[in-house]
Design a protein around this ligand. Structure first.
Ligand SMILES: *[C@@H]1O[C@H](CO)[C@@H](O)[C@H](O)[C@H]1NC(C)=O
Ligand SMILES: *[C@@H]1O[C@H](CO)[C@@H](O)[C@H](O)[C@H]1NC(C)=O
Ligand SMILES: *[C@@H]1O[C@H](CO)[C@@H](O)[C@H](O)[C@H]1NC(C)=O
Ligand SMILES: *[C@@H]1O[C@H](CO)[C@@H](O)[C@H](O)[C@H]1NC(C)=O
Ligand SMILES: *[C@@H]1O[C@H](CO)[C@@H](O)[C@H](O)[C@H]1NC(C)=O
Length: 501
């Protein structure tokens, strides 16, 4: 059992660690550079979440799209079920798993459990192939492109379709309406699933799903501009301190004893070998914190207080004017890495994961190419996206070249309003503007049935979290709207069925 959960999920990424120069823009992959230390810390803090699901394994076809002898190889795909609230024949809510072990998504999608009683719904969480325990080639799954080649979104969507059909058959509930749910990459999959398999899912709730983060559909700088806006909105001084800190970092590391001093300032467990690890460490803290700028305290990637961006800026603003920018940003980043107050020192360098053989890294090197840059206005150092460098790096790691236009060819994206208003229906795109990924999602209503629910103060799929007593009114309203819309889809479906009889 792969208990080494991919603790970081969400399209988070790593600053391309093999790029020695670090001049070019970080390409964000779902596993942070600090994954191992984060994982360790997270494990120390939270025991494995107790979730009310039963675990099953489904014999899944390795390759849905060719008919060669090896295509019919079977692997075991994990899925979770809760049938406690299910009224036989009632709706089936399926979470389309993303890049990590499925328990983790189940634990962070309490919303489905919250609404299951009202709908008397069966809950199903399906693990994405090549993550968690659903490894088609066991320990060898990540060995090379020969095995990893079966890791792509199209195969994953087909897995969901095949599994759902089998499940309905086994439960003698072929008429049950299926609604798919997903957050982040899982949200992209939920939306695409509705478009590709309308005969299987009557609707999709896609939370924080950046389906437009490809090609040149949105400005490449929008992700980091959005991160910067979060901090600037919290405090202009905070934004300026962070923005100015990179130069201070470079100046200090150019000095003779610079790295030693940095090691002291950043309380590193081991002496620093390079300033880039400091930079990555800070970037990671600022980016993740913007993503999870939730209105209540939460433990998604790290335990954090409510509105952690504001909390970080308060720390920065609270310093006396004479303090260096680096000591200020260190204190701010410590909120992210040490809110639990358990860290004796920080392992800044241990994240440089050069194995690169993790699932999302492969996906990012093949179809999930999301170009990002930092504009002059962002609080990060300006940088461009060097496609050639990126592609060469992928080629070196995996022996394959990325296909940067494949996603938009396969699922569309350009001029999405024009296309979907005629061809699609029953999708909710929910987003919070605190989340930098929101800029790559659908933020406008496309039609009466393709709905954008946008909150100013929301963060990365905050609507999917379990309801708490502290939830603000806008969040309660957002979830209420989602429930209402889903209820309409289901009512309509049953009406159609009735009429057919
Ligand atoms: C449905 O039942 C068949 C036969 O027992 C089994 O092989 C299959 O795994 C089941 N499907 C699911 C989704 O569990
Ligand atoms: C983490 O927080 C605790 C409590 O405030 C503090 O004693 C410790 O020094 C901090 N760790 C680091 C590495 O700064
Ligand atoms: C990173 O951590 C692992 C185990 O946690 C350790 O074996 C390794 O030496 C560390 N690497 C660095 C560069 O500190
Ligand atoms: C950013 O600033 C640099 C130097 O001032 C300038 O050359 C460049 O054109 C600017 N880029 C943008 C996108 O404004
Ligand atoms: C889209 O329409 C719904 C009502 O159906 C409304 O609640 C929502 O605010 C609209 N979204 C946007 C972004 O205007």
């Amino acid at each position: 059992m792969a208990s080494s959960s991919t603790f970081l999920f969400l399209l988070l990424f790593t600053i391309s660690s093999t790029t020695a120069t670090m001049q070019s823009i970080p390409t964000y992959f779902p596993r942070s550079t600090y994954q191992s230390s984060l994982q360790k810390q997270a494990k120390d803090l939270v025991s494995e979440p107790k979730i009310p699901y039963e675990t099953y394994y489904f014999p899944q076809l390795l390759d849905h799209f060719t008919f060669r002898p090896q295509s019919s190889k079977i692997f075991y795909q994990k899925y979770l079920i809760n049938s406690h609230y299910w009224h036989h024949g009632g709706p089936i809510f399926v979470y389309t798993g993303n890049e990590g072990n499925i328990e983790w998504f189940a634990a962070n999608t309490g919303f489905m459990l919250d609404i299951a009683p009202k709908f008397q719904a069966l809950l199903v969480f399906i693990e994405h192939r090549f993550y968690g325990e659903s490894m088609p080639f066991g320990k060898d799954s990540y060995n090379s492109a020969k095995t990893l080649g079966y890791l792509n979104s199209r195969q994953a969507l087909a897995d969901f379709a095949v599994l759902i059909r089998s499940l309905k058959k086994n439960h003698s509930s072929e008429e049950s309406p299926v609604v798919v749910f997903g957050g982040s990459y899982g949200g992209m999959l939920a939306a695409w699933f509705r478009l590709k398999y309308p005969h299987i899912a009557i609707g999709a709730l896609a939370s924080s799903a950046p389906i437009l983060q490809f090609d040149d559909i949105i400005p490449w700088s929008s992700f980091y501009d959005a991160v910067s806006k979060d901090y600037k909105d919290a405090s202009v001084n905070c934004y300026e301190v962070i923005k100015g800190s990179w130069q201070e970092l470079e100046a200090l590391s150019a000095q003779k004893e610079g790295l030693a001093e940095l090691s002291r300032t950043f309380r590193t467990c081991k002496n620093l070998q390079s300033m880039y690890s400091v930079r990555n460490w800070l970037w990671t803290a600022f980016v993740y914190t913007a993503m999870v700028n939730y209105p209540t305290k939460a433990n998604f990637m790290m335990p954090l207080p409510a509105y952690p961006v504001q909390a970080m800026c308060k720390i920065i603003d609270g310093f006396s004017p004479g303090a260096t920018k680096l000591s200020k940003v260190f204190a701010a980043a410590s909120l992210y890495y040490n809110y639990s107050q358990t860290q004796k020192c920080f392992e800044l360098e241990n994240g440089t994961d050069v194995h690169g053989l993790h699932g999302w890294d492969w996906q990012a090197c093949t179809e999930m190419v999301m170009p990002m840059t930092c504009s002059n206005e962002s609080m990060f150092s300006p940088s461009s996206f060097n496609y050639k460098e990126f592609a060469d790096n992928c080629k070196e790691k995996y022996g394959v070249m990325p296909r940067p236009h494949w996603i938009t060819t396969e699922y569309g994206g350009s001029r999405i309003e024009l296309v979907l208003k005629r061809s699609g229906s029953n999708i909710i795109f929910s987003n919070g503007m605190q989340d930098p990924w929101s800029r790559g999602s659908v933020l406008k209503n496309i039609s009466a049935t393709i709905i954008a629910l946008v909150t100013e103060k929301g963060a990365h799929h905050v609507d999917f979290r379990s309801a708490t007593k502290e939830d603000p009114e806008w969040l309660i309203q957002q979830r209420r709207k989602e429930v209402e819309i889903i209820q309409n889809w289901i009512d309509e479906y049953y009406m159609d069925i009735e009429q057919e009889r």
